[in-house]
Design a protein around this ligand. Sequence first.
Ligand code: ADP
Ligand code: MG
Length: 712
Amino acid sequence: MKVKGKKQFGTTMGAQTDREIQELKQKYESLPLEDEIKKFVDMPLTQKTLKGLLDSKYVAPTEIQRKSILTALIGKDVMGTAITGSGKTLAFLIPVIEHLYMNKWSRTDGVCAIVISPTRELAYQIFETLKRIGRYHDFSAGLIIGGKNLKFERRRMDQCNILICTPGRLLQHMDENPLFNASTIEMLVLDEADRCLDMGFEETLNAIVEHFPIDRQTLLFSATQTNSVKDIARLNLRDPIFIGEKTKSEDVIPELLQQNYVVMELEDKITMLWSFIKNHLKQKIIVFFTSCKQVKYVFEIFCKLRPGTSLLALYGTLHQDRRIAIYNDFTRKSNVVLFATDIASRGLDFPTVNWVVQMDCPEDAVQYIHRAGRTARNKARGESLLVLTPTEEQGMIKELEDKNIHIKKIHIDPKKLFSPRLKIEAALAQNTELKASAQRAFVSYVKSIFLMKNKDIFNAFKLNLENYAKSLGLVVTPRVRFLERLLKKKGSETKMVTESNDFEHEDSDNDEDFLKVKRVDHDLGNNVEEVTLELPKKNKVLTKAAAAKIAIRKKLTPNEKVNFDEDGNVIVDKRKEIQSEVPEEYENKDGGINIEIAKKVLSQEDKYDKERFRQLVKQRHKLQKDKLKELAEANLQSNTADSESDDDVDLSWLPDPDLIYNADRKTEENVTSEMNSSDDMEEPTSKKAKLTSKLTLNDAESIAAQLLANKV
Ligand code: ADP
Ligand code: MG
């Protein structure tokens, strides 16, 4: 957690501050009309806030800021809707800061305001904006997101006045952190409120809201509308003021955003993307895919192929520090391509993005709007390209038209496409890890299509899996077992529980529980009723602490590995068993660790270990000896075999064995010895000594003469 801690506030507040507060309170009584406000200074804001805004070059408020800041300042609940990039962050941060100041909030007063964001990157971005505009104030703020040091956060949390959090992490603290006191909270803000309130976060958010005081002020902001009535009840909003309420989606698309789409067969998508990047090397581009594994693979393979521009990848399974580093890198650079999952689709404000490419069809129009809204922000220009397969085209375009989003079809000249297929295949052939990554990307895409709710648009059974696999560089199409199983079972009563549970865990972009729940939201086609019936209804979110308690109660040992032999019997690893008696007694004692006894235990066990080690060394030596013996025998045999097959050697100079036999055929004994030597004779040099010792003097002389003749 980063804490901007400036200690004292309120304790040494001078008369000047009191006067300022009084003056501002009077101004709250007679607020200026919205039209009268041209600049931030026209609003009843504190000097410190105005200075912070000016430092960041914020002079004139945007429309949503003008409307909602005034309303929120006087303590009303707000539901604000405005297009992406219209400045909603300041619309809630300014009232939060002002509230702290006006209520003389000090560090020792605990947490005053909580801002909830659906993704960690967005929380980080809000935190950075808060640091900039609040730099002259004396409050402290903390960033509470997953993937960071929990203990550190725990100790510092109660000293923060403003917390920017992701829902999962906040709930975890609320459940487990005894220092955290939610009763002091006076303001709750939900950024990207519709996402915070949707199915995936529903239970987490309900659990969080339970902890909050009812009389707090609540501000909800989003680009697309929430399911208002239900949400108002859930969040206990008191007579909320709706601001910028637009019912038509065309109003949430930035004016200067050029929207295009192209229809491509699934197997041509990679080629298209490669060509697109090669043709836009001097641009800042975000490319969206559905799953982490696709992002990871395309990033890895494109890095290998070196397109000639910087490549980055942002997805949920990366370590949090990496995520922040990549976010900052992309913000800073201007010629760069970012491959991302939908964690980058909500709220993130990257400056001057030229293109947003949606490689996979979005789930619905809302997701389309959020992804496309990463460009053309705050009156800037930008272009978006949606890539659809022929089967997706009709359904998706209708979905968009229904929401009044008109999008232009463009055609890509196939001649202008450069296929990286061969290079990809070559890279995969050399690198098994890359190949495994491609296989995971393949399966994960198929699963994502299968899980999509709108079956008019998405049909996993119609995918040409073979061609798609080839396009990813895979010569062999990976098996997608759940599809095979479903195809088999189609028509008969299908229990989908196991499958649906698998999918819940697939590719959740966040390690927090809520995204798993989102998968339950997906339509599983004909089997949907069975699925909803079979899935256990969770009323309470299971925290890590609760899971640990259950594990202790059931005496489960985590991470225990049990090996079985072929007959299914447990193989006991002797090495891990305690041998001596003292340790056994110790182990059977309940609870606690006694260092002294533990030392004794270790020294006792050490004896057994040493003995075992000695045995092992002995065994090894014996084995080595046996091996050497075998080797020696084998050598001897192979030498003989070699010589037998050796027919290249010129043996013509040797005496005719028949002659020798005839000459020496006197006794039985001699015959045998001659036969032995005839064997030997076939070995030209190595056995020469042996040969000569068995020859008569005459023979030896004749051989010598022969040798001399050969030399000449
Ligand atoms: P939203 O949350 O509505 O998508 P953001 O709050 O992220 O939009 O703001 C979009 C961009 O507009 C940011 O880069 C921000 O710095 C800029 N911005 C916001 N308010 C103002 C303002 N009053 N004047 C100039 N720029 C602004
Ligand atoms: Mg925003």
